[in-house]
Design a protein around this ligand. Structure first.
Ligand SMILES: [Cu+2]
Length: 420
């Protein structure tokens, strides 16, 4: 495995050849003798490379020796790099993990465990149609529409039963990693979402206090569980290239009901964003490049989340694509500040749960799930006696949403982790 992946590294190839040449040279003492003999010839060159090149051409046995000599100028002695090669000193500073809002951007040394607890809070307030924010009453269809009640967006009438006004999406995450080799780490992540959505009733809803009256739905418990392997495709002193072979299994429930919208009268399934799981197995491949400099580090990551097939309710959640760039600056070896730019694309849902009536509320509409977001991340990481505290505030800079949806205002992520 390791040799195969190492072949991608030109430096590693040179190192492997150097090692091979040294070993060959040690087992072929005649090569050294021949070199001495050649130097003693009347037609002699100064003791330079030219001499060795001449030897190499005239004597195949000396090809190994010349390679050994030549590569020792282009590649520093092997031992001087050993400390940094597999996550040594430079990868052990406060910027060793990506900003808190990202995952899957580092590997561990063979035999090393990591345990992490991460908390995320995403806050969404007010609705957007496309790129335009609208008021809560406008999202009900105000000024009061002629019957039938509701608001028509993209030819779909919705929000007759209620409109969401804001949502808090919290996620508790338990993340374990283990270094199988220096180049492959495996991980799992357990997720515990806690979802709260505030609404006002629409013009077609006479329950509770009638149109304009508020209600809240809440859902929490076990979410989907991620597993995966992070494979180091390439590294050198200053760079890591990591492939994430991730997937998730549908351990989160997706069908739960609430009577809150009708003030206890009718039990209805919770709409899509209030569900804890996707119901599908998801492929989550990604790739991360990191570059370490003396005072900081750069990173770029492309990460996906792709549901496979449809779940038992007959739909699949968004295909998600994230492209991130960040820079972490070391104030000291133990404190880093980071800035990150995130591009996030989500597709609409595919298929449909037959019990999600579009007319009732916009969160039931499959074609109102996708969009593009541009987010800024401002992070701080502190390494205190081996404990890494990593936090990031992520305001949304720009959003273009399909149909009408709650807009994301900001996300806050904080984590504690320890390797041992
Ligand atoms: Cu880790």
């Amino acid at each position: 495995m390791r040799l195969t992946v190492r072949l991608f590294s030109p430096k590693s190839v040179v190192r492997a050849c150097t090692l091979g040449a040294v070993l060959l040279g040690a087992t072929l003492p005649t090569a050294t003798v021949r070199a001495d003999e050649t130097k003693a010839q009347p037609v002699s060159f100064p003791e330079t490379v030219v001499d060795d090149v001449f030897d190499a051409v005239t004597s195949p046995l000396n090809a190994d020796e010349i390679f050994s000599g030549a590569s020792s100028w282009v590649s520093p002695p092997e031992q001087s790099q050993a400390g940094d090669h597999h996550g040594g000193n430079r990868r052990g500073k406060a910027d060793k993990h990506a900003p808190a809002g990202l995952m899957a951007a580092h590997v561990h040394k063979q035999g090393e465990w990591m345990v992490e607890y991460k908390y995320m809070n995403m806050y969404m307030d007010d609705n957007k149609i496309g790129t335009r924010s609208i008021s809560d009453t406008a999202s009900m269809g105000m000024p009061a529409p002629p019957p039938p009640p509701g608001l028509t967006v993209n030819g779909i009438r919705t929000n007759a039963g209620a409109t969401p006004t804001d949502m808090t999406m919290e996620m508790h995450m338990v993340h374990l990693m283990y270094g199988v080799t220096d180049d492959v780490s495996v991980y799992t992540m357990l997720m515990f979402p806690s979802l709260t959505m505030d609404h006002i009733r629409g013009f077609g809803n006479m329950a509770g206090g009638g149109p304009g009256s508020p209600f809240t739905t809440h859902n929490s418990g076990i979410g989907d569980t991620s597993f995966g392997a992070l494979v180091k495709l390439f590294d050198d002193e200053d760079d890591d290239l990591l492939l994430n072979l991730g997937f998730s299994v549908p351990t989160g429930n997706l069908y739960e009901t609430s009577t809150a919208p009708t003030a206890g009268a009718v039990s209805q399934p919770l709409p899509y964003p209030m569900r804890k799981g996707s119901g599908t197995f998801n492929a989550k491949p990604g790739i991360t490049w990191r570059h370490y400099a003396e005072q900081g580090s750069f990173g770029a990551q492309f990460q996906t989340d792709l549901p496979i097939g449809r779940n038992y309710r007959g739909y699949s959640v968004s295909d998600t694509f994230q492209l991130n760039f960040w820079y972490s600056h070391l104030l000291t070896d133990n404190v880093a500040l980071s800035v990150r730019l995130e591009n996030l694309w989500k597709s609409n849902y595919h298929g449909a749960d037959p019990e999600t009536n579009d007319v009732l509320i916009s969160t039931n509409v499959e074609s109102f799930r996708g969009g593009y977001s541009l987010n800024l991340g401002l992070g701080v990481a502190a390494l205190i006696k081996g404990h890494l505290f990593n936090s990031e505030f992520v305001p949304t800079l720009y959003q273009a949403l399909n149909g009408i949806q709650l807009e994301t205002d900001w996300t806050f992520v904080t984590s504690w982790s320890k390797s041992f």
